[in-house]
Design a binder for this molecule. Structure first.
Ligand SMILES: [Zn+2]
Length: 693
């Protein structure tokens, strides 16, 4: 949120409440950690760390001096006791006598100081906490401090703001040397209240967690008041240069542009996009100074692995450019960004460097907004959130005399630092469909749900479409921000187009389309009504056409291929008695898939068909009159159908929704079937009449 007029940067609240001080030292630091993390302008996601010193009983029953410190890879906002690591303080403190210690040696040493080897690896900044002689130490990356820490004359400004109460520490990468410098500065100056780390953040301490927390808030607010007193009335980022698009205009434009952007930033792996039009972001991307400021670098080392050194800046003038021109520009600028990133890596890499994915993680479209990029909605949102912090710091630092960032070499040393990469290694490994977006029609039914569950489990985002809006939303509820449930009548051209627009607005595009919405009716031909006939053809013919046509449009704009899977039926190839409307419409569906395979090939779009037979479990069709009609056709009771179908298969099995889902996954995944198109896979337990010939 953009601060109020006359304010460059908004002050932070003191959120301490009395109950937070209860419990042991670990409870106290836990409470303070969560409060710090609850305000992202104080502690960004995953950033900052806290500690408490005290005594504990070790495995042998001895009382030992201990320091509890945040474990690597956890986030202050959601810490639990188990996320802290307990270390034997008496084994750590003598290290301050040393003059140097490598990262590897430090990590190995600290691992042997843990009270319990099963505790998480301790924070990179552990020694800093140990060397500061206070019971509670809080290290954060607050916007208000990083404005000063990231301004060209930061050191002089800090001195002017805090006098001798704060020490300035020139930028060096966290590790033994920084920890020792900070520790010695605090030990040598008992009157000191804070240390400000250039281009990085803040260190504050106290006798209690409450004192350290409140001092953090007070120091940050002092810096903010200092900044606002000096430049509070100034225009942020040099003031506006253009008129930003309205929300409606932006939505209209992005619906046409996001698939092209998504395709462009999915060079090595599929990405999802998160669009952000927060007022402060729109203000920034529409400002006079933004084109220059975006190239300066990250305002805090902690952002780098999630935002990269710089965002991709895409010029856009609404008066001159249309969506097609913008998409074209994006297709040119993204490869250029990758080339520049690869050159930066090559310049600083050593023999052991494994280059990271070269695609941008933050894309800024002038006069429009920000797009976060990641292999999951969460990762994309994290890039977005960290860039919100960057926008605030850049605003203040620009006004205070010029925003400065880490040099390229300093950035690389953080981005490719093994200790930083270790944090990333704690995340679960990517799934086979990681970063892809799968749209499934008939999403509320048994096969639709099973298919979405299988693909979500493999890392895909899923969009469930169904006539039943509540059913569709409920079917994706378990997938959180990676699921979207929408009402959609696949026979309506407008509804299908709108559903794709919503999927694109949410995730940036679509890679996998499972056309599964179904309907069925059974009657002898002479009793088949025109309504029944037309309904079968509307859903199974027209509906599959409309869903596939929109898939083609989106996938061709992405230019990364795609997979369309039609869920047809054994009846597409076997003449079903008393089901002429259904069976012939299914045959049309099957042949449509083969025609589309021919058209899709040059675009890398594969189109295949799965033919289930008699999947009764969870099916909405089988809950309707179809069950009674089929039972009548076979001269049996409706509850005998499962047994009837099982017996007539070669394998003697019933077909379940998950059996179909596995076949769909086979065709959805390029790793499994990337060279198959126009194909058909029967999942029917073996029905000789359906054998391909
Ligand atoms: Zn830090």
């Amino acid at each position: 949120m953009s601060p109020a007029d006359g304010v460059m940067i908004a002050p932070v609240d003191d959120r301490w409440d009395a109950s937070a001080g209860e419990g042991d030292a670990l409870d106290q630091v836990l409470a303070a950690s969560r409060l710090l993390g609850s305000d992202r302008s104080l502690a960004n996601f995953g950033g900052g760390n806290t500690s408490a010193k005290g005594t504990a009983t070790d495995h042998a029953g001895r009382d030992v001096r201990v320091m509890w410190v945040k474990g690597s890879g956890s986030d202050l906002a959601t810490m639990e006791r188990r996320h802290f690591t307990g270390l034997r303080l008496d084994e750590i403190l003598p290290l301050i006598e040393r003059h140097e210690m490598s990262d590897e040696e430090m990590v190995a040493y600290l691992a042997r100081c843990q009270l319990d080897p099963t505790m998480p690896r301790c924070s990179i900044e552990t020694l800093l906490h140990a060397f500061v002689p206070a019971e509670h130490v809080h290290h954060t990356h607050p916007d208000g401090i990083n404005v000063l820490a990231g301004t060209r004359d930061g050191e002089a400004l800090v001195r002017e703001c805090f006098g001798d109460r704060a020490a300035w520490s020139p930028y060096i990468r966290p590790g033994f040397t920084l920890a020792r410098q900070v520790g010695l500065a605090v030990r040598e100056n008992p009157a000191l209240e804070a240390v400000i780390l250039a281009k990085h953040g803040l260190v504050v301490w106290g006798d209690t967690a409450q004192e350290a927390y409140r001092r953090t808030v007070a120091i940050v607010n002092e810096a903010i008041a200092f900044t606002n007193a000096r430049v509070g009335g100034a225009a942020r980022f040099g003031g506006p240069a253009g008129t930003p698009l309205s929300d409606d205009q932006a939505a209209e434009l992005l619906a046409d542009v996001l698939p092209a952007l998504r395709g462009a930033v999915s060079s090595e792996r599929a990405k999802v996009l998160v669009v952000d039009r927060a007022p402060a972001v729109v203000e920034f991307v529409s400002s006079r100074d933004a084109p220059e400021l975006v190239g300066v670098g990250a305002p805090c080392p902690d952002h780098l692995v999630h935002t990269k050194r710089v965002p991709l800046w895409v010029p856009f003038d609404p008066a001159r450019d249309d969506a097609a021109a913008l998409a074209e520009r994006i297709r040119e600028l993204v490869p250029a960004y990758r080339d520049e990133y690869r050159a930066y890596v090559a310049l600083h890499a050593d023999a052991d460097t494994v280059p990271a994915d070269p695609d941008p993680r933050v894309v800024l479209i002038q006069n429009v907004g920000l797009v976060g990029v990641g292999t999951s909605p969460r990762a994309a949102a994290l890039s977005r959130d960290l860039y919100h912090r960057a926008v605030e710091v850049i605003a203040g630092a620009d006004a205070m005399g010029g925003f400065v960032s880490l040099t390229d070499a300093e950035s690389f040393a953080i981005e490719y630092w093994p200790l930083e990469l270790y944090k990333l290694s704690l995340a679960p490994p990517p799934g086979e469909l990681q970063g892809t977006v799968a749209l499934v029609t008939g999403g509320a039914g048994g096969i639709g749900r099973a298919t979405m569950a299988a693909m979500a489990g493999m890392g895909a985002c899923v969009v469930g479409l169904d006539l039943d809006a509540d059913g569709a939303r409920e079917a994706v509820a378990a997938y959180g921000d990676a699921g979207l449930g929408l009402a959609c009548d696949v026979t309506s051209e407008d509804a299908v187009r709108d559903a794709y627009r919503q999927a694109v607005a949410r995730f940036g595009g679509v890679d996998i389309v499972v056309s599964n919405a179904g309907v069925a009716s059974s009657a002898p031909l002479q009793e088949t009504t025109l309504d029944e006939w037309q309904r079968n053809y509307a859903v199974l013919g027209t509906g599959y056409f409309l869903v596939a046509r929109e898939a083609f449009r989106t996938m061709i704009a992405q230019a990364t291929g795609g997979s369309i899977v039609f869920v047809a039926s054994k009846n597409a190839v076997v003449a079903g008695r008393n089901a002429a409307a259904y069976s012939s419409a299914k045959a049309a569906e099957l042949h449509l898939a083969r025609c589309l395979a021919e058209e899709g090939g040059p675009h890398g779009i594969r189109v295949n068909t799965v033919n289930p037979d008699a999947v009764l479990q969870g099916s909405r069709i089988w809950g309707s009159s179809w069950r009674r009609e089929r039972a009548d056709a076979y001269g049996i009771e409706p509850d005998q159908l499962e047994e009837h179908y099982r017996k007539r298969t070669t394998l003697g099995v019933n077909i379940l929704p998950d059996d179909i889902a596995q076949a769909v996954v086979h065709f959805a995944s390029p790793a499994r079937s990337g060279k198959s198109t126009g194909n058909m896979l029967n999942v029917d337990g073996g029905v000789p009449a359906a054998y391909a010939r």
